[in-house]
Design a protein around this ligand. Structure first.
Ligand code: MTE
Length: 388
């Protein structure tokens, strides 16, 4: 993997390139916002081989997640050589006019911003009682950021999608070790043409960092993080869904509920797309001891393409529920932060639960729905605390 110093050199290259393209003049290093070594800045290192970083849940206290606190999920090595000058994005397949775009070309296309909660499909996998293989994420493979860049639809329109174009494939520049299949996935044309689906170049107002897909990534809002391909190098319009490891067998769910040990035929599965309704308690911390007095129970709730309708809190292990207050900041694909002011009546042990319901009428289940890859875990969240 490339050293951080040489990556900074490349970023400086990006800043230099910006001088030639006025609309990316604002590019600058996010000063004081870089994770120097994986695992620093309080992030939980889930894998060092391919950088996988989880946010501790106590970081879920700002509506926009600062970039150094945003989880990182890599299936393989990040690209070592990424020169902003030389980088090109090709767009071909079922189009009238194939295109090759530079970063400067992208910067000339109207920019759109979307505040999106990005969650890994495997977030919460470790919480399944029957363990499943894969990165053992706790609760923090999720974050919210303002992503900006041209709309994918505007770029597709320039190329002219043929009537035969039904799916849009993304290829990343990951460095593929050994026999690992390359990270290539596709989304249906309807989602690709959605006005909020982007070729994102910026995150929270700064150029994407290397961990998050510099210089450009897909941003498919409301869908599992895997849909949002990083380090984009190729977009191809296809007649059918892309066939490859990261479309099948990966990122699929059984059509019917299954139990551990059940055989699931590939034809009885479908791709995972939009996120579930879910809430997580950011504080008080699980296992903490508090002195009697006011307690602010707080956290975040999100629902993919739906909106959060309400969050309810139970401080008596689910016997009774009370509404939490949703904080003001909101955007269609973004989480809502929530708070619940609680005054424990007496000292003792308490189990606090949070349960979200969304605009589609979906409510978090009290027990997780198991599947062989542990995707979309969304059971009611809980912390156990002691009040003295
Ligand atoms: N894109 C490429 N090229 N390679 C990857 O490994 N991981 C995907 C997605 N895009 C991945 C990728 C997955 S599984 C997730 S959850 C998100 O990126 C994570 O985005 P982040 O690392 O910016 O948080």
């Amino acid at each position: 993997m490339n050293s951080r110093r040489s990556f900074l050199k490349q970023i400086s290259g990006a800043a230099f390139a910006a001088a030639a393209a006025p609309s990316i003049l604002a590019w600058a290093l996010p000063q004081g916002q870089s994770v120097e070594f994986p695992g620093e800045d309080g992030m939980i290192l889930r894998s060092f081989r391919f950088v996988d970083l989880e946010s501790p849940v106590e970081y879920f206290n700002t509506w926009l997640t600062p970039v150094p606190h945003f989880f990182v999920r890599n299936h393989m090595h990040e690209p070592s050589e990424l020169d902003a000058h030389d980088w090109r994005l090709s767009l071909g397949g079922e189009v009238d006019k194939p295109l090759t775009l530079s970063l400067a070309d992208l910067s000339k296309i109207e920019t759109h911003s979307v505040v999106n909660t990005l969650e890994c499909a495997g977030n919460g996998r470790s919480l399944h009682r029957h363990q499943v293989p894969g990165i053992q994420w706790g609760k923090g493979a999720v974050g919210t950021a303002r992503f900006s860049g041209p709309r994918l639809g505007d770029v597709l329109q320039r190329a002219g999608v043929k009537p035969t174009g039904k799916h849009v494939m993304f290829r990343g520049l990951d460095e593929v070790p050994g026999k690992v299949p390359p990270f290539i996935r596709s989304i249906p044309i309807e989602k690709a043409l959605d006005a909020d689906t982007l070729i994102a170049t910026h995150m929270n107002g700064f150029p994407l960092t290397k961990h998050h897909g510099f210089p450009a990534r897909a941003l498919v809002p409301g869908w599992i993080g895997a849909a949002s391909c990083k380090w984009l190098t190729e977009i191809k319009v296809l007649e059918a869904e892309f066939v490859g490891n990261f479309m099948s067998p990966a990122y699929r769910l059984p059509n019917q509920p299954v139990q551990p040990g059940d055989a699931v035929k590939p034809e009885d599965t479908h791709p995972v797309t939009a996120l579930n309704v879910k809430s997580v308690i950011a504080g008080p911390a699980d296992g903490s001891s508090l002195s009697a007095g006011k307690v602010s129970v707080h956290g975040a709730a999100w629902a993919g393409e739906a909106d959060i309708a309400r969050v309810e809190i139970s401080t008596d292990a689910g016997a009774t529920w009370n509404p939490a207050k949703l904080r003001q900041e909101q955007a269609h694909y973004a989480w809502r932060l929530w708070t619940y002011d609680w005054k424990p009546g007496k000292s003792g042990d308490y189990t606090i639960l949070s349960r979200a319901t969304d605009s589609q009428g979906r409510t978090q289940p009290s027990a997780p729905v198991w599947n062989p890859s542990g995707y979309l875990y969304n059971a009611v969240d809980q912390v156990k605390i002691h009040v003295s």
